[in-house]
Design a binder for this molecule. Structure first.
Ligand SMILES: *Cc1c(COP(=O)(O)O)cnc(C)c1O
Length: 460
């Protein structure tokens, strides 16, 4: 089947000693490899189009139906339409509420999945795509290091997917009590390993396992956020929200609280497919590498990252910046070195970016609650403050949708100190504190991990 092929963002780097990957790979290979052999990120050779008519036909469709139509534009050559439909229906079995704040300004709540984070949307689809496209005869083994939330989103996403085992390593002393419960109690085909060490140690152990030639036959793979299989599903909710709230022919302003820019990239792909976007607001916390560049043309890598209360966005140099640069004709590598500058004017036409301080984030949580009775958590508040910054600078007030990327109940202390109450947990997490889990404890010792993986996977 001849579907859309994928290339590496590093393919044109011309430097002594560097071997760029010039090939094109299928979606399946890009999905299984995660990253290109030259450490570049995979990009589709073209972005398919959705016509106005096709888009209008999607009005009043359910979320998983919208997902099927959008994803099929990319995956028509890789997976049968009926099969993809079934996967979409399985992946998106929870609500996607759009809450009115005032006038035609809305919050899109992406916090109703099993781990109450927007990462559920991408991880659940990627897990099912991997399950569908993997070699039927061999089991696939996913190895993840996590400092908390990503691990549980990935673990929950793969739970019950046949032929795939997941091993999650987390630093025993560095996750919160609730995060630990979430991780330890996934169960089924998901094993959690509580490592006696730090997050960096977990990452190192995983890295060593991937590089270990003795483990090649274990068919190990990663499931990290740069995987193209996690980017594509992040286009869908923009279309869905547009279809729910817009009038025909209207454009929508979307604001995204951003860290590694995977979520924003999904929106940019959507715009290129034909989503009528007024402008894309990329709101970041105090990690302001991108807004500084966009507004002044001065690119400087930010390192180390700053610790803000919107902790999932504490990213100095966003990994998906490479994909944004690529889309605008430039090139930047993982280390933050710019090989070619993108078309800044064009970027400024489509994108607006602003850095929101922790103080502003807290003020926004308070103001939005007091004025509109809407509860935001720190990430969503950065998004909302981004919208307000856009209105302030531009003086226009189009139909607007701001993303809430996690549930406020995941930040009980912060919300309590600002608003005076603890938000109730979403349905999906109501029983989390009662769950009983038993992780496997493991020392920070690669040989022990290796033995464990070899003996466990052999017996599965
Ligand atoms: C991961 C995450 C983000 C940032 O998303 P990116 O795709 O990395 O920009 C924002 N909010 C929450 C709650 C997250 O977990």
């Amino acid at each position: 089947m001849g579907g859309i092929k994928y290339y590496s963002t590093n393919r044109n780097i011309n430097e002594a000693g560097f071997i760029p990957f010039k090939g094109l790979v299928s979606f399946k290979d890009a999905l299984m490899m995660g990253q290109a052999p030259d450490a570049g990120l995979f990009m589709p050779e073209r972005i398919p189009n959705i016509s106005k008519g096709e888009l209008e036909d999607l009005r009043e469709k359910r979320y998983f139906e919208v997902a099927h139509t959008i994803l099929e534009k990319f995956l028509y050559g890789d997976i049968e339409s009926d099969h993809l439909f079934k996967l979409c229906k399985e992946a998106y079995n929870f609500r996607v509420p759009i809450e009115k704040v005032h006038d035609r300004k809305y919050v899109l709540r992406l916090d109703q999945g099993p781990t109450a984070s927007f990462k559920d949307f991408a991880a659940r689809m990627m897990a099912r795509l991997m399950g569908a496209l993997k070699d039927e005869k061999k089991s696939l083994n996913i190895l993840v290091a996590t400092s908390g939330d990503t691990g549980s989103a990935v673990g929950e996403a793969f739970k019950g997917v046949k032929g795939i085992n997941v091993f999650i390593l987390y630093p025993e002393g560095e996750v919160s009590g609730r995060q630990k419960k979430q991780l330890d109690t996934i169960g089924d085909n998901v094993t959690t390993l509580a490592v006696d060490g730090k997050f960096d140690d977990c990452q190192n152990l995983v890295k060593m396992a991937f590089q270990d030639k003795d483990l090649t036959n274990l068919n190990l793979t990663s499931a990290n956020s740069i995987n193209i299989g996690r980017i594509l599903p992040q286009m869908i909710y923009y279309f869905y929200a547009y279809l729910e709230k817009s009038e025909e022919g209207e454009k929508v302003l979307i604001s995204i609280p951003s860290g590694n820019f995977g979520n924003s990239l999904g929106c940019e792909f959507g715009r290129r497919m034909g989503l009528p976007l007024h402008k894309l607001v990329m709101a970041v916390n105090e990690n302001d590498e991108f807004p500084r560049y966009l507004n002044n043309g001065n690119y400087q890598k930010l390192s180390p990252s700053k610790a803000c209360i919107s902790s999932a966005m504490n990213v100095g140099h966003p990994s998906n910046l490479a994909r944004f640069f690529e889309l605008y004709g430039g090139n930047v590598d993982k280390s933050g070195k710019v090989h070619k500058y993108p078309d800044l004017k064009k970027m400024q036409t489509n994108l607006f970016s602003v850095s929101i301080s922790d103080q502003k984030t807290r003020d926004t949580i308070k103001n939005v609650y007091e004025k509109y009775n809407v509860v935001l958590e720190p990430h969503g508040a950065v998004g909302w403050a981004g919208l307000e910054a856009y209105y302030h600078d531009n003086g226009d007030y189009p139909l607007s949708i701001s993303l809430e990327t996690a549930h406020p109940a995941k930040f009980p202390e912060e919300i309590k100190s600002l608003l005076g109450f603890e938000p109730e947990l979403p349905e999906s997490m109501k029983d989390v504190d009662m769950r009983q889990g038993c992780p496997i404890r493991i020392e920070n010792d690669y040989l022990k991990l290796k033995k464990f993986l070899e003996s466990t996977i052999e017996n599965k």
